[in-house]
Write a protein that binds this ligand. Structure first.
Ligand code: GAR
Length: 202
């Protein structure tokens, strides 16, 4: 086996439903294996998806902790589990610079817009308000600045004049479920790397 074909141990961080997590679980192959799912929210529905797939889960609540203390707890759990890649899948916490730097090049996120457009929250509302014709999803390396890391993969969807934010979110989610496993496989097989602040493909 070449080093790039060795199965990578992946941890997934969630806060909610875990639809992307479900897609990542279903798409596991010889390139990656999900070895841990962490939620900062107790009772997050995504935890059941992991449990049904016999993937170990951990709840690390963030309440009452400084950002740094919470991140340090997660970092310790991730390293103890042997995670090589950390995937944010609907994880609704801003990570500290220290955590992000510690996982540089190994930490990815999915965001429901065509980055660099519409970083942050209320994405679908803002896209509709601006009467955009297109929206979509982006998988990107995580850097300290929010939603600003180099993009690994994107998929677009049309925005209809009649769209509610929920209708648009559902259409975007559909493409996310295909996009995220594809992007993770690029990283897991070393076909994309973060180099000098850029996503470099080989
Ligand atoms: C996804 O649409 C994802 O892009 C978004 O949250 C949803 C999670 O859904 N993430 C963000 O907005 C991050 N800024 P899921 O829990 O069902 O996968």
């Amino acid at each position: 086996m070449t080093p790039s074909s060795v199965e990578k141990s992946v941890a997934v961080l969630i806060s909610g439903r875990g639809n992307n997590l479900g897609a990542l679980i279903a798409a596991q192959d010889s390139s990656y294996k999900i070895i841990l799912v962490i939620s900062n929210v107790e009772g997050a529905a995504g935890l059941d998806k992991a449990g049904s797939a016999n993937i170990p889960t951990l709840v690390i609540p963030h309440n009452g902790k400084t950002r740094e203390a919470f991140d340090a707890e997660m970092d310790a759990a991730l390293r103890a589990a042997g995670a090589q890649i950390v995937v944010l899948a609907g994880f609704m916490r801003i990570l500290s610079d220290g955590f992000v730097r510690g996982w540089e090049g190994k930490l990815i996120n999915i965001h429901p817009s065509l980055l660099p457009a519409y970083r942050g929250t209320r994405v679908h509302e803002r896209v509709i308000e601006a009467k955009e014709a297109l929206s979509g999803a982006s998988v990107h390396f995580v850097v300290p600045e929010l939603d600003a890391g180099p993009v690994i993969a994107q998929a677009s969807v049309p925005v209809h004049a009649s769209d509610t934010p929920q209708a648009l979110a559902d259409r975007v989610l559909e493409v996310e479920l295909k996009l995220y496993p594809e992007a993770l496989k690029l990283l897991a097989t070393d076909k994309v790397k973060l180099q000098n602040g850029l996503a470099v493909f080989s």
